[in-house]
Design a protein around this ligand. Structure first.
Ligand code: SAH
Length: 391
């Protein structure tokens, strides 16, 4: 196996267990490598740093799969996926869960979502993509699935020199499935839905709105297939309006409302939420609860400030639609906007809106997307509920 020696002065990051190695951290490569190969990584003093896959085309040239000099083969993937499954079972996730959350499960750049008996996978780097057959085999052996589908139609694959594609990794099946969550049912379109078809990371947070929505008039923006809003109706809201810019998402959301017999309480409309928040702030309807769950605002460090401005603006506008003593339910999935910064941003919005906030709860993503200490980017989802009062 080709050996890669790190420079003497490397970021303590790697020594502390972070699995990414950048090109400028490498001193020399002893031997030939083909992109995607497994290599052994050693510190400058010759001590083993781990084994991982290499891709000189990528900014992150090596991602470590193990800190020990183990052999990377089919069985390695089987064992890792099994371990990831055992963790989910122990933490209470059985039916639907993110089965593998990349780096957090020591399977860098691999995402596997489990929807009951169906599995959706993403292999987001070349080094992981090569192992797709082993990953599929492991899923077959562990779960005997009804279907496996790949949603590799994501732009990050281009950075690795990989094509964007989607399709079956098992015998074809009907990709419109129904899942159960918190006593409700939801249609999931595995083939054409956003990301892997469904946002499992909010599955526990959806329960957190249970008490504040009773008897309330609720507005949700950035609803996707309507999960939060349908939960609100189920938990006793008087009426719920959901807004998303995607016609497809709105059709699916209205179908989901009907699937749960809640179509008389909750309705979804295709509109631009930024416009709605702006217009209604002037002379629009008021609500007891406003819920915001926008897509990520940036992936680049250079535009963190723009993202912060965006959060401040929509939350300020959202607060202005809330009746005195009502609640704001607000999320951010922008990885680079850290939890503290997010809270400060909401606070700044409240000051400008002349509102007083009381924190009901502040949470992260569901624990099937584990936050690994020392790997900041695994702590990405912020979910906040505050009571909003006039000052
Ligand atoms: N709350 C959802 C996830 C929302 S994802 C859930 O838990 O399942 C973010 C959503 O914002 C996407 O559905 C996307 O279509 C929508 N979106 C993006 N830009 C928008 C805009 N300008 N106005 C309204 N919705 C928008």
């Amino acid at each position: 196996m080709t050996k890669v020696y790190l420079k003497k002065k490397i970021a303590p990051r790697i020594a502390n267990g972070h699995p990414w190695i950048y090109a400028n951290e490498i001193d020399r490569i002893a031997g030939e490598t083909t992109p995607g190969d497994i290599v052994e990584v050693r510190f400058a003093d010759g001590k083993i740093a781990g084994v991982g896959y290499i891709n000189p085309k990528s900014q992150i040239i090596i991602r470590l799969l193990s800190r020990r000099p183990v052999e990377i083969n089919e069985d390695f993937f089987h064992q890792q996926i099994l371990k990831a499954w055992q963790y989910r079972q122990k933490t209470g996730y059985t039916e639907n869960c993110r089965l593998v959350f990349g780096e957090a499960d020591q399977l860098p750049a691999l995402i596997i979502d489990k929807f009951n008996d169906y599995f959706v996978i993403q292999t987001l780097s070349l080094g992981m993509d090569i192992w797709k057959p082993a990953i599929v085999k492991a899923l077959e052996r562990i779960f005997n699935p009804k279907g496996i589908y790949e949603r590799n139609d994501v732009p990050v694959r281009n950075l690795e020199g990989l094509p964007q594609l989607k399709g079956f990794l098992s015998t074809p099946f009907d990709t419109n499935i129904i899942i159960n969550e918190n006593g409700l049912r939801f249609h999931v379109d595995i083939e054409n839905g956003q990301k892997t078809g469904y946002f499992l990371d909010q599955q526990d947070n959806r329960r957190a709105i249970q008490h504040i929505v009773k008897g309330a008039e609720v507005m949700g923006a950035f609803t996707y297939t309507g999960t939060f809003e349908i939960h609100a109706a189920y938990y006793g809201a008087k009426s719920v309006l959901g807004i998303d810019i995607s016609e497809q998402a709105v059709i699916q959301a209205n179908k989901n409302a009907a699937l749960n017999g809640l179509e008389k309480i909750v309705e979804f409309k295709a509109m631009n939420a930024f416009d709605v928040l702006k217009d209604w702030g002037k002379n629009g309807p008021c609500y007891d609860v406003v819920m915001l769950d926008p897509p990520a605002f940036t992936k680049s460090r250079d535009s963190i400030q723009n993202a912060v401005n965006g959060y401040k603006e929509i939350n300020l506008r959202g607060m202005k639609l809330i009746r005195n003593g009502g609640f704001l339910v607000t999320s951010s999935c922008t990885n680079l906007v850290h939890p503290q910064l997010f809270l400060e941003t909401i606070h700044a919005a409240a000051k400008d809106a002349k509102k007083r906030l009381k924190q009901v709860t502040f949470q992260a993503q569901a624990s099937d997307h584990p936050i690994v200490w020392g790997m900041e980017n695994t702590n990405y989802l912020k979910f906040l509920i505050v009571e909003v009062c006039d000052r």
